[in-house]
Every structure is written in structure tokens, then in C-alpha cells.
Design a protein around this ligand. Structure first.
Ligand SMILES: O=c1nc[nH]c2c1ncn2[C@H]1C[C@H](O)[C@@H](COP(=O)(O)OP(=O)(O)OP(=O)(O)O)O1
Ligand SMILES: [Mg+2]
Length: 196
């Protein structure tokens, strides 16, 4: 039994592979031809389940467990945007730097240098015993500039609570200690251990 990650985001793959040691972890594209999965849900949970179910359907070994992550950054000043649309914020074909630059430009349009923001991660697990979903959050501030190259996505503009540097500048262990994804993964372990 191994964990198959239903994601095409290499930043997520890197984090899950470096954080999960109790199981063999592979990206789904290592064991099948990658395919388009439409994220038609209106919540992180719905989209996480859509991605995990789509990959589980195509698995040849149904004893494997599929793990997906649907995540994003929400800015209360912007009514929660980009939220579940974080990966499509600057358009459906946008790169992560397009999205980052759009959020920086939007904050500047609102005349703010920093504003409260939070990340959400929904992790779905789909296996022979059913489908499960857990969540995690990380609070902090979004700033109207990009600093540092660590992490991925919006990390260069996100300062976690209790720090004065962005996740782009901070050591990777900070994300491992209390990121939205790390917190959701802690809960996912409870589900995983009960599936054994
Ligand atoms: O820790 C994070 N640090 C920085 N940015 C992050 C993080 N976590 C989510 N994000 C951003 C990236 C992307 O703009 C969106 C996720 O979108 P989301 O659809 O879940 O992932 P994705 O399309 O990149 O890959 P996939 O759907 O194949 O898993 O939120
Ligand atoms: Mg996506």
C-alpha cells in the first residue's frame, strides 16, 4: 500500500514527500498518464474530493490510498478572494507568478502595504474504505511585494503570524511546523492510522 498524490503542483509534491515518512509517497503522474481534472466544486473540500476520486478511479492497485490537496489564500479585505480560485486568479492559464503579481497589484490598488490573510488546505483521502476530508489553516498577513524564493505560489508575499519575514524568506521548517497543509496532514494521519 502506498500513498498516491493527486496533484500536479510540484510544490505540494515536494512538501508531502519530505513530510510523510511512514508511507511510500508517489505523485500520480509517476504511475499514470497525467490528465486534466476540472475543479468544479465551490469549496476546498469539494475540489479536494473531486481530485482524489478522479485519480482513485484510474488506479490499477485499489489498495493504494489517494491523497489530494485543495488549497488557497484568502484575503478578508477582498471579500475572501482569491480563495478557492487562487490557482486561477490571473486567468485559467495563469502561472503562479502571474497569480502572485495580480494579488500584489490588487493590494496596491486598495492602497495597502499589508493586510490580514490566511491559507486554507483541504486534504482528501480516497481508498477502498471510502472518502474522507480534513482541513488546516495558517493565519498571517499578505504584503504588497514579493520577498524570497522559498516555498511556492503566494509564499513570497505571506508573513505568518509571529514572524516578520515571508514564507519565501523563512526556513522550510516553518511551513513544516504549522502551515495549513501540515496541520491538515496531522489530521489526515489520524484517518490514515484508522484505515490500517
Ligand atoms: O502553501 C502554499 N504556499 C503558497 N501558495 C499556496 C500554498 N497552498 C496553496 N497555495 C496556492 C497555490 C495555488 O495558486 C493555489 C492552490 O490551488 P490548487 O488547485 O489547490 O492547486 P494546484 O492547481 O496548484 O495543483 P493541483 O490542483 O493539481 O493540486 O493556492
Ligand atoms: Mg488546481
Amino acid at each position: 500500500m502506498k500513498i498516491v498524490l493527486a496533484t500536479s503542483n510540484q510544490g505540494k509534491v515536494r512538501e508531502f514527500q519530505s513530510w510523510i515518512h511512514a508511507y511510500e509517497v508517489v505523485a500520480y503522474s509517476d504511475i499514470m498518464e497525467p490528465f486534466e481534472i476540472e475543479e468544479t466544486g465551490v469549496t476546498f473540500k469539494e475540489n479536494a474530493l473531486i481530485k482524489a476520486r478522479a485519480v482513485y478511479e484510474k488506479l490499477s492497485d485499489k489498495n493504494d490510498i489517494v491523497l489530494s490537496d485543495d488549497s488557497g489564500i484568502s484575503v478578508p479585505l477582498l471579500g475572501g478572494a482569491p480563495g478557492i480560485y487562487s490557482a486561477r486568479y490571473a486567468g485559467v492559464t495563469a502561472s503562479s507568478s502571474d497569480n502572485l503579481n495580480k494579488l500584489i497589484a490588487t493590494l496596491k490598488e486598495h492602497g495597502v502595504e499589508k493586510t490580514p490573510a490566511f491559507y486554507t488546505a483541504a486534504i482528501a483521502l480516497v481508498c477502498v474504505k471510502g472518502a474522507f476530508c480534513v482541513h488546516g489553516w495558517m493565519h498571517g498577513e499578505a504584503i504588497a511585494e514579493a520577498r524570497g524564493n522559498n516555498g511556492f505560489g503566494y509564499d513570497p508575499m505571506f508573513i505568518p503570524c509571529g514572524y516578520d519575514k515571508t514564507l519565501g524568506e523563512l526556513d522550510e521548517n516553518v511551513k513544516k511546523a504549522f502551515s495549513h497543509r501540515a496541520r491538515a496532514l496531522e489530521l489526515a494521519y489520524i484517518v490514515l492510522n484508522s484505515l490500517k
